[in-house]
Design a protein around this ligand. Sequence first.
Ligand SMILES: [Cu+2]
Length: 504
Amino acid sequence: MTVPSDPRTRFLLTRRAFLGVSVGTLATIALASCAPAASWVQPDGAPVREAERRRGGTGKVTTATLTAAPSALDLAGTTAATWAFGSIPAPVIRLGAGDTLKATVRNQLDTDTSVHWHGLALRNDMDGVPPVTQQPIRPDESFDYEFIASDPGTYWFHPHVGVQLDRGLYGALIVEDPAEAGDYDDEWVIILDDWLDGVTATPDEVLAELSRGMGTMTGDMFMRMGNTLMGATSDLLGGDAGDVYYPTYLINGKPAGDPAQFTASPGQRIRLRIINAGSDTAFRVVVGGHTLTITHTDGFPVTPTEVDSILIGMGERYDAVITFADGVFPLIAQAEGKRDRGFALVRTGDGSVPAVDVSVPELDSDRAGTADLLRAAGEVTLPTRGPDRQISIALTGSMAAYDWGVDGRRFDMRDPLRGAHEIRQGERVRLTIDNQTTMWHPFHLHGHTYQHQDGGPRKDTSIILPKQTLTVDFDADNPGLWVAHCHNIYHAETGMTTVIGYRA
Ligand SMILES: [Cu+2]
């Protein structure tokens, strides 16, 4: 073949050759989603590749292999059969800002799976949401994820298929900032989880039970019925705190009966990177006898804010710095409204070991850290700009009917773009999420970190209380098809999910 000398012709030929390679993938995605392929930016489309090219990156590559497989979790002597990426949590994946992550995910389960990199503004075709951004990874198959991680912070990964989130398939993804001074001596990753798989039921059994609806059985009395929990209420969450009964709560994969242990020296400053990997539980996190200074949420810095506890919804992350006293201290993740807790120990010296049910004043303090208290740090505050587009999303449905949805409709993964909200690249988007239900929801948007109004924090997952509205702004700078959903996995799977897509 002769190479044309005219650069434009040469470019077109190259481009066609490139498109030729991806035609098969494109056709599959269009078929799976019944999407009019021409009107939406496709996950492997040119704008997505161009956005990744603009990220540039350091060129440094970190590799990881995640094998999803049946596994056993030791819960203080009881063994739970579950699914995991080896250990629970999976080993921390750590890379520098701008580095490339190459992660091979092998599926040794007997069902489809995927991995979603929660919170990262990454290239759309690596977002791990079948069938929107990729085909599911079939049993005995693997998928190679490869993307640039531009923004430093505390992130995590989990499947985006069915209710697999409520198994043991999760881990932390830490993107380090080489430019950050880091006024701390050490850091600990702390992953919280509500656990039932292999103990009382499988998540799929729980979903089936919930989907039958609660009818008129909901009441004020606190009680367990099967795998559901009645009367779990929280003032901080505006009422109903959660509806799934969990027999145990974990900190870094360990139950209270065999607690995770952390050690430091008195006076040391430790950065906690707290991740809520739960499926139906918000946690109130405290360290007995200590205050916490929140420095980041959802990966992005905030004006340092001192609190006694941190309320963290499913999918959220909070980083906090703590200066330790001398002794043995409880690290408690109180399951908000559920009368149980995750429990770990911090040792900086000698002292009696606190009991699992120890009461600490920090749990009752009014100084509870919520997103409302926080201000974005100057360097991550969005430049002032009026919205080019306003989108309104209503969270709808009820516990009684278990018909959670968006805009009155239950999301259908077989037809994901039906009811999708459209934006265009370059726009400043104002997104209003109107919680019309009588329960709180942790709303999560993929691929972007929006900002709460009036200088509030940059976040990708936000607690929205019953009958309340949250308004956020973001810049449409990451083209593709992005799901937005409640991070209560039972709500999301029932239908509280939608797509915000870029028009071509
Ligand atoms: Cu929800």
